[in-house]
Design a protein around this ligand. Sequence first.
Ligand code: PEP
Ligand code: MG
Length: 582
Amino acid sequence: MSFTLHGLGVSGGIAIGRAFLMSHATLEVAHLTINPRQVDKELARFEEAVAAVQDELIAIREENTEHLPSELLAFIDLHATFLNDPEFTEAPKALIREKHCNAEWALVQQMEILVKQFEQFEDPYLRERKADVVQVVERVVKELLGHPGRAMLKRVKAAASGENLIVVAHDLAPTEVIAFKDRRFAAFATDVGGATSHTAILSRSMAIPAVVGVKNARAIIRDGESLIVDGICGVLIVDPDERILDEYRIRKEQLELERSKLKRLKSAPSETRDGVAVRLMANIELPDDAKMAIESGAEGVGLFRTEFLFLGRGNVPTEDEQFEAYRRVIRLMEKRPITIRTFDLGGDKTIDTQRTKTNPALGRRAIRLSLANPPMFLGQLRAILRASHYGKIRLLIPMLSHAHQIDAMLAMVAQAKESLKDEKISFDEHMEVGGMIEVPGAALAIQMFLKRLDFLSIGTNDLIQYTLAIDRTDEQVANLYDPLHPAVVMLVAHAITSAEKAGIPIAVCGEMAGAPKFTRLLIGMGLRTFSMHPSQILEVKSRVVQADAAELAPLVRRILRLDETGKIKEAVDKLNAPVPGG
Ligand code: PEP
Ligand code: MG
């Protein structure tokens, strides 16, 4: 009988195939009391299993240094660190010695304690690392049970290569993920995981559909069962009937056709029908995301969210580490311009494990934190300036609200330049400095920003959050988060027009820039630079090349006079509707 399961779609597309179930060893361990005479033997068995997994991780690391995304290699290192940590290995040994538990059961008990500790973290990224604890334990338990990772590898290799297989797992560990790189799976579905899970990272880089957080998928779905994965809607259809299969086959074909049409746009110039150039840039979070930016035809990086270099590592990256990361982006972007945003930490992205404020989004976040921590900020400014010698770099400052913040920030940029000059280190003297417009007050009082800065970039994600008083991370109020609220539309239009009048370049780098349904509206407002997730670029380009900027301008001026969200929505739908015969 056919049924549907819901989860979080983390990588788009549709896949139709058969379930390939991955075992979940920790759920299957026996709870045994061993004979006290067996304790030494059990301890040795435990230590051997840990050593075998350690060796395996080292080997995987060495074999894959060149061709794996750096995020995945970092996760492998993290797993190796767990295995070297006495908290991880000593506590189970004590349970074997004192409580006479079998090794598997001792390890799973300690895992449960560690998982609870990770669950206490406020930081969502750190909290999600509990999955890594479970995955390492899983590997050791498999080794203890005598079906090590190598057995899984064999199973993967043995799977008929022509068949469309959909991996269904409780969760995927980086080691498993690596095993998949030579075998084209059609899609992934997992019980747990969020947007930053390994499954999400891998599926996006492989461009295959994935749905995570499908509670109990692994328990409900049977091996070999027919499945449809809809990574766009986050839906899994189990044992679909012929009618549903046909419907999805058609949708899949349509999607593939659209994708191949879009690919052809990669090298086409990004300009409207009436010849207006519209620059499409990429938002990146880690240096290697630049590869995706190039693949999607981005003209450059419009937003490098450098705070991701600071997250999940427990300390601040050194100036040299940051410099190397920026240089890597320069190399990967092959001379294209790069806008590096200084760290936006302290809101929903914290490096502290304890969140101390109840309203972090309104607290010491982004530039406020930078100015409160001069050594950390200066280190980053120096690293960015040093990188500016090797490529076309612009500096972008997040969350500005006051003129004195700009003045203080510019003074620190001058100080960083002086210190580099003293040390005879080269940098671009004329590196442009810009600011994000993401606070409504900044959008309204934009003149004081236009006077002091070389360029601006509108962060609509925060601008909407602050304009409508909606915590962007709170699902309970997500329905009120509306880019077409008249106040938001007014602020965005006001910022664009004011910058245009002042002759200061302005971009939009929030999610609005990457949503094709807003492309025509933004072009009509006069926007000429969009920055977005690389996966959106071609679709937005397809809207750009069909648009006529001169025609859109008066239509959008009329929309700006509307004072109701519903009316604005209707008008934007009309703006997007294909012209009959056009
Ligand atoms: C924004 O606020 O729109 C933006 C681009 O910044 P972030 O999403 O990183 O806060
Ligand atoms: Mg922001």
